[in-house]
Design a protein around this ligand. Structure first.
Ligand code: CA
Length: 224
């Protein structure tokens, strides 16, 4: 599960990233709403944890933007303000849940798990290209009705490419899809994963091909 955490308190953000990371959750941190918007455009996240008091605005005002960019994205608001009116304000604003600071990690984990179990209110569509279908809800690739089993990183690359099929996905965007915003990795590691993915798609007769756009990134299209 991949979480985007929008929090301008750096020490809190890093503490949550570390704590949730130990439970297998990948947490990308951004500190402003502007960067949150960019991150949602670049990468696919499963959950947004959104602070209210941010340098460039109130997190509540960002919910509509987040929903527009990623319709099925569950949102947990974080705030120092615990008054009933503030909580109602946040939930009316479209958040799925609401936590008052100081944040207890166990409670946040419990709420994340509860949201992850909840059926999505907005069904994510499946995308189909040639013989390949990608189910975004299950994060599963299917070729001619059969699941295509891929290692996790190849699946994340394929997800990002299918999501923007027919358009070039920038290398940096793929890096983030696979490794998170923070990790430094060698750039040829991405190419190695793409090569393996390309072979797996070919072996499965998916009828799609991954083109490299030199200096920009990769593009998924129907094979000629
Ligand atoms: Ca804050």
């Amino acid at each position: 599960m991949r979480i985007l955490l929008v929090e301008d308190d750096l020490s809190l953000a890093q503490a949550l990233q570390g704590a949730l990371g130990r439970h297998g959750l990948v947490v990308d941190i951004v500190h402003t709403l502007a960067n949150a918007g960019s991150a949602l455009k670049l990468s696919v996240h499963d959950l947004l944890v959104l602070d209210r008091g941010l340098p460039d605005g109130d997190g509540v005002g960002f919910i509509a933007t987040a929903r527009h960019l990623s319709p099925a994205l569950p949102i947990i608001l974080l705030t120092a303000r615990g008054e009933v009116a503030e909580r109602v304000d946040g939930l009316n604003g479209g958040a799925d849940d609401y936590m008052v600071k100081p944040v207890a990690v166990d409670e946040l984990l419990a709420r994340i798990r509860a949201i992850a179990r909840r059926p999505s209110t907005v069904a994510l569509p499946c995308a189909t290209l040639a013989a390949l279908t990608f189910d975004f809800s299950a994060r599963e690739a299917i070729v001619d009705g059969q699941p295509l089993l891929l290692p996790r990183r190849q699946m994340l690359i394929l997800e990002a490419l299918v999501y923007r099929q027919g358009r070039t996905v920038q290398r940096e965007s793929l890096h983030e899809a696979v490794y998170g915003l923070e990790d430094e990795i060698q750039s040829n590691a991405l190419d190695a994963h793409v090569s393996k993915l390309r072979r797996a798609l070919k072996d499965a007769d998916a009828g799609v091909e991954i083109m490299m756009i030199r200096g920009v990134g990769y593009l998924l299209k129907e094979a000629q």
